[in-house]
Design a protein around this ligand. Structure first.
Ligand code: GLA
Length: 389
C-alpha cells in the first residue's frame, strides 16, 4: 500500500474506532542499510535509506484529559498511557516505544496533550528494517504536530534513540532513528555518526534497484549479542588507545594484534574495514559504479559473518544464492542488513531483472532452508512527515 492509501486507511480506522475524524495524520518510514553495519556506535559512517514501508498514526485531542489512548489497528489491541505524571514503562510491550518518546517530550518540558490515536505499520516486525525506530519517530512526529513545536531533526532522532535505550532496553546506535527522521526521497544518506553530518547520495538511476530479502527468521540471541558486540568494540578501542574504533587505522590494528585477544581483534578488523567500505561505496554509487559497490557489499557480508559473527545460516544462504546468480543474472552485490541474527538481506540488482531474480532467490532459498522468504523492492523514501495537520 502506498503512503497516501495507508494514510486514508488509518484515518478511516480512526473514524470507526473513535467515532469522529482524525485531526492529524503522521508517518515515519523503516529503513534498509545499504552498507556500514555495526559502525554507528563506533562513531563511523553508515549509508542507509528510508523504505516505502511506514508506521502511520491518525490522532485527535482526547475528550478526557490525562492519557494517550492508542489503538493498534492491525492487532486490534489498545494501550492507555497515563501522562498525568512522568511516563514509565508499561504494557502492552509495544507501547514502550511510544512511552519512551512521550517521556522524552515531558523531560523537555513540552506540554504533551491527551490524545486518541489509531496506528498501523507496514514495516515488517523484527525483520531488521527498524520497525521500532519507525514507531518512535512516528510518535515524535505526532507530538510535534499536536504540540505545534517542531524539534530540530537531529534532536528528534536522539530523543527517539533514547526511548529505544531506556524503554526497549536496546543499546542501539543512531542510524535507525536518524534515517527515519531525515530520509530523503530518491537518496541514500551517508551519515557520519561522530559529527552527525550527512551527505545525500542520489539513487534514482532507473536501471538499478534494491531488493530486500526477508529471511523470515529472527534468532533470539540477537539482542544480548548486540550489547556484547558494543562492549567488545569498546574494549578493542581501549586496547588500541583510541577514543573509538573510528580513530584506528588498519596499520595500528596490525601493530596491536599480539596485545589483544583474538575476538577483540576480529571485531575491530570488521569495524575499521567497514567504515572504509562505506565511504567507498558512497563514492561508487555517486559514480554509478554498481559493480564496485556490489563487491563492497559482498565484502561487508563476509566480514560480518566471519569477523563480527552476527550473520546466520539463513542470511548466508541468501547471499550465496545472490552470488551464484551473479552479474550474468543481474545481481551486483548482496549482504545482510541491520543488526543481524536473522532479518533481511539487501541486494543491488539490475532493475529489468527484478522479477526473475526475485523468483530465483525465493525458490533456491526454499530449497536450501525449507523456509519461505519475503522479497520486495523499494525506492528510497522520504523521512518522517506530517500528512495532515
Ligand atoms: C541495529 C541498531 C543500529 C545499528 C545496526 C547495526 O539496527 O539499531 O543502531 O547498530 O543494528 O548496524
Amino acid at each position: 500500500m502506498n503512503l497516501q492509501d495507508l494514510a486514508a486507511h488509518v484515518a478511516e480506522q480512526f473514524q470507526n474506532h473513535y467515532g469522529r475524524p482524525a485531526r492529524w495524520i503522521v508517518a515515519a518510514p523503516g529503513r534498509v542499510n545499504f552498507i556500514g553495519e555495526h559502525t554507528d556506535y563506533n562513531d563511523g559512517f553508515v549509508l542507509p535509506m528510508a523504505i516505502e514501508r511506514y508506521a502511520v498514526m491518525a490522532a485527535d485531542t482526547a475528550s478526557v484529559p490525562g492519557a494517550i489512548s492508542v489503538y493498534d489497528t492491525q492487532f486490534k489491541e489498545s494501550a492507555k498511557i497515563d501522562i498525568s505524571q512522568p511516563v514509565t514503562k508499561g504494557q502492552p510491550k509495544w507501547s514502550n516505544y511510544l512511552r519512551g518518546v512521550i517521556a522524552g517530550f515531558q523531560q523537555r518540558a513540552l506540554a504533551v496533550p491527551a490524545l486518541d490515536v489509531a496506528m498501523i505499520s507496514t514495516v515488517p516486525l523484527g525483520g531488521g528494517l527498524s520497525s521500532s525506530a519507525a514507531l518512535e519517530v512516528c510518535t515524535a512526529t505526532l507530538l510535534e504536530a499536536a504540540t505545534g513545536k517542531a524539534l530540530d531533526p537531529v534532536e528528534k532522532a536522539l530523543l527517539a534513540q533514547k526511548a529505544e535505550h531506556e524503554f526497549a532496553g536496546v543499546p542501539c546506535g543512531i542510524m535507525d532513528q536518524f534515517i527515519s527522521a531525515l530520509g530523503r526521497e530518491g537518496h541514500l544518506l551517508l551519515l557520519d555518526c561522530r559529527t552527525r553530518k550527512t551527505e545525500l547520495v542520489p539513487m534514482s538511476d532507473p536501471s538499478v534497484a534494491l531488493l530486500i530479502v526477508n529471511t523470515n527468521v529472527k534468532h533470539e540471541l540477537g539482542s544480548g549479542e548486540y550489547a556484547k558486540r558494543r562492549a567488545e568494540c569498546e574494549s578493542a578501542a581501549r586496547a588500541l588507545g583510541v577514543a573509538s574504533l573510528r580513530d584506528a587505522t588498519p596499520e595500528q590494528l596490525a601493530a596491536h594484534q599480539g596485545k589483544m585477544d583474538g575476538v577483540a581483534y576480529r571485531r575491530a578488523r570488521h569495524v575499521i574495514g567497514e567504515i572504509e567500505r562505506t565511504v567507498h561505496a558512497a563514492e561508487g554509487l555517486r559514480a554509478s559504479n554498481w559493480i564496485g559497490a556490489g563487491q563492497l557489499m559482498y565484502a561487508s557480508h563476509a566480514s560480518l559473518r566471519d569477523d563480527y559473527e552476527v550473520s546466520c545460516k539463513e542470511l548466508d544462504a541468501v547471499v550465496e544464492i545472490a552470488g551464484d546468480i551473479g552479474l550474468a543474472g543481474g545481481v551486483y552485490g548482496c549482504r545482510m542488513t541491520g543488526g543481524g541474527f536473522g532479518g533481511c538481506a539487501v541486494a543491488l540488482v539490475k532493475a529489468d531483472q527484478v522479477v526473475a531474480i526475485t523468483e530465483r532467490i525465493a525458490s533456491l532459498y526454499h530449497v536450501k532452508t525449507g523456509l519461505e522468504a519475503t522479497i520486495f523492492s523499494s525506492r528510497p523514501a522520504t523521512g518522517a512527515s506530517i500528512l495532515r495537520g
